[in-house]
Design a binder for this molecule. Structure first.
Ligand code: NAD
Length: 251
């Protein structure tokens, strides 16, 4: 929000970022996407604005409540899925209620850093890999914001990540072992969260606001294997099937 305000103040004012949560250090502060929620959706008003500097200090993480720490780890898990098996194993053995070691934090920050350096404005398809889990995750986050028990961003992304990896196994033939590992980790961290109240019509309306929609068609980054993501057109009926599969698993 600070970055967005700086980017519109007098048509752009220099700023530095000092992220103090895990999700902000590994993800939100890196890459220059700024924005605020508006009317019915997440990040409807926004801009690309690069800070002059980003100061990441792991000491901030010591005072984070466990729930906020856990939600931050979800983006770290996603970065590891995008990067490769070795990093994924390192993340899997960490307890999400503890901060990462400074070495691991640096590696997870660098995953995002390298991707956004190559495709700063999401114009070459590379950066869209970072949206893994976010098409559906944003819908759950938006729906939850209308309730008395809003989800944290990372909690909603945990739901979206599971559903989009499920889709990858169904549409792409991705190994179900990846989904089993994710399910196991989310279960152990108590991140298999019930879906916020919704109707199919409202869910679909929010889904169709997604910024990755082109000519009426939704495109999602799907995971072919650990370290390999591709943007694919996906029909809404398959997304709904993934929602049902998640509901059945959680209930
Ligand atoms: N722009 C992007 O690329 C990007 C990527 C990921 C997430 N996001 C966005 O980031 C937002 C979530 O960020 P967040 O988790 O930093 O949220 P936040 O800023 O709302 O912080 C969560 C809570 O933690 C508290 N807090 C912050 N630092 C603390 C510390 N060191 N010790 C104790 N408490 C502390 C805050 O006061 C707040 O109550 C979401 O809106 C999400 O959409 C953006």
């Amino acid at each position: 929000m600070g970055g967005f305000c700086a980017s519109v103040w007098k048509r752009g004012t220099p700023f530095i970022s000092i992220p103090t949560t895990l999700v902000a250090q590994m993800d939100a502060a890196i890459g220059g996407k700024t924005g605020i929620n508006f009317r019915s959706g997440k990040n409807i008003l926004g801009s690309f604005a690069q800070p002059t500097a980003i100061w990441i200090w792991e000491g901030f993480l010591k005072t984070l409540p466990p729930r906020i720490l856990k939600a931050g780890w979800v983006e770290g898990y996603k970065h590891a899925l995008l990067y490769g098996e070795e990093l994924l194993r390192k993340v899997e053995v960490c307890s999400f209620t503890q901060p990462p070691s400074s070495d691991l934090l640096r590696q997870l920050v660098e995953v995002k850093w390298h991707i956004v350096q190559q495709d700063p404005y999401e114009s070459q398809g590379l950066r869209q890999a970072l949206n893994l889990g976010h098409t559906l995750g944003h819908v759950w986050e938006t729906l939850s914001l209308r309730t008395e028990a809003p989800l944290l961003h990372g909690e909603a992304i945990a739901i979206g990540l599971w559903q989009e990896i499920y889709l990858s196994t169904q549409l792409y033939g991705t190994s179900s072992t990846i989904l089993d590992r994710l399910t196991d980790k989310l279960r152990r961290e108590k991140l298999l969260i019930p879906l916020p109240p919704h109707t199919r019509a409202l869910w679909e309306k929010l889904l169709l606001q997604d910024k990755k929609r082109r000519s009426g068609q939704l495109y999602l980054p799907l995971l072919r294997e650990v370290g390999q993501v591709e943007l694919q057109p996906v029909e809404i009926k398959y997304l709904w099937q993934a929602v049902q599969a998640y509901r059945e698993m959680v209930e």
